[in-house]
Design a protein around this ligand. Structure first.
Ligand code: CU
Length: 165
C-alpha cells in the first residue's frame, strides 16, 4: 500500500506535465524541419518579435543571446508562462541566475530536491550572454502559443513574441 502511494506521488506530477506539454506540440525531428528561424535575444526583447508558423510545421529555431543578461526562449501558452514565472523567480532568489550567469552546479544540486529547477525541457532554452542553442519544435496544435522569457521582469517588459498561423 505504501509502495502504491509512493508510486502515485512520483507519477502524478509527470503525467500532468506530459499532458500540458502535448497541448503545445512536441519535440520535432531534424528530418521534418521545413523552416529554420534565427532568433536574437536582447535585454529584454526578441528579434523577430513575432513568428508566423503554420499548423503541423516543424521549425528549427537557432537562438542567440546577444544581451548582457541570462534569457530564456520558451514555447508555451500564456497560462503556462505565467505558471512558470514563479519557478524562474525561485532561481533568481536562490542565486542560480545572477545577471549574466547561470550557476549550473547549484541548479543541478537544487533540482535533486525540486524538479522545477532542472530546466531541461525540450520546449525551452536558457542561455547566458554570447551563448546559442537550437530547438526543434513540431507545432501540431491548435493552442495559441507565444515564445517568452520568464526571468523576473522580462515578460512584463516585452520579452514575449506571438506565434500565429
Ligand atoms: Cu529575458
Amino acid at each position: 500500500m505504501i509502495k502504491k502511494i509512493l508510486l502515485l506521488l512520483i507519477l502524478v506530477p509527470n503525467i500532468s506535465f506530459a499532458g500540458s506539454m502535448k497541448m503545445i506540440g512536441e519535440e520535432g525531428n531534424m528530418s521534418e524541419v521545413s523552416k529554420v528561424i534565427e532568433v536574437k535575444m536582447y535585454d529584454n526583447y526578441y528579434e523577430p518579435s513575432q513568428f508566423k508558423i503554420k499548423k503541423n510545421q516543424t521549425i528549427k529555431f537557432i537562438v542567440y543571446n546577444y544581451g548582457e543578461l541570462v534569457h530564456e526562449f520558451n514555447i508555451a501558452t500564456k497560462e503556462m508562462h505565467l505558471k512558470h514565472q514563479p519557478e524562474m523567480m525561485k532561481m533568481v532568489v536562490n542565486d542560480i541566475i545572477v545577471g549574466g550567469k547561470i550557476d549550473k552546479n547549484k541548479m543541478k544540486e537544487m533540482s535533486k530536491t525540486d524538479h522545477s529547477m532542472s530546466h531541461s525541457h525540450s520546449n525551452s532554452v536558457l542561455l547566458e550572454p554570447n551563448q546559442s542553442a537550437e530547438l526543434i519544435w513540431k507545432f501540431n496544435t491548435d493552442a495559441s502559443l507565444e515564445a517568452a522569457c520568464n526571468i523576473p521582469g522580462h515578460y512584463e517588459s516585452g520579452m514575449v513574441a506571438k506565434i500565429f498561423d
